[in-house]
Design a protein around this ligand. Sequence first.
Ligand code: 4GX
Length: 240
Amino acid sequence: MRFDIITIFPEMLGGVFDFGIVRRAVESGLIEISVHDLRDYTFDRHRQVDDRPFGGGAGMILKPEPLVRAIEAIAGGPGEASTVLLSPQGRLFGQRMAEEFSRKARLVLICGRYEGVDERVIEHWIDDEVSIGDYVLSGGEIPAMVVVDAVTRLIPGALGCDESALRESFSDGLLDYPHYTRPAEYRGMKVPDVLLSGNHAEIDAWRRGRSIQKTERCRPDLIEGVNRSEDDGENQNSDL
Ligand code: 4GX
């Protein structure tokens, strides 16, 4: 899978992909990440990427010419790559969308800045407008990093050993259960006995119970979806 990221701050993306699972995925050729400076697609002396909004108002708007030039140069023709604009006006990104993206061959991530992007670009050159959450950031760069990270983990081979087991805790649409490691007693605080018992049926039941409890407390909105699909073994929750 190939990620292209279009940004006015390419230096922001340097480094974040050099660690852990994403780095390993790049090194093993599972993914390729290329960061492009939007200003390289300007022709004027000032390398201007933004302009004032028609109709007035505060802030600046990414202007069409450099952005479209960049998208056409990087994404190729229609249908070659999916173009995604990171913006608070987008569809909410979640595990289900990450899975959908992980099945694509190419993703071009466009990092919005300022007050946004000329609407004509969104209408004609953007396949998907995506938000990582209901808060206002300073630009789409961090959202692009989030998308690359979440999608890369889902590419077969990226996690290495026993991937299905590593993902299991999320496949049921519940929050994860608590984890413990050695020592079995730390400053007087003991690890729950059941986890030391070796009884895997009991351990599974305990973990399931704690997952449900945690989800009820922190994310009651997720519980409804779990109950609805509990019997058909197809528990999916778009928010996780
Ligand atoms: N999830 N921002 C983008 C500028 C902008 C505004 C409108 C395109 C259209 C954000 C988020 C986010 C702030 C990034 C505004 N670009 N992006 N930027 N939340 O808050 O994705």
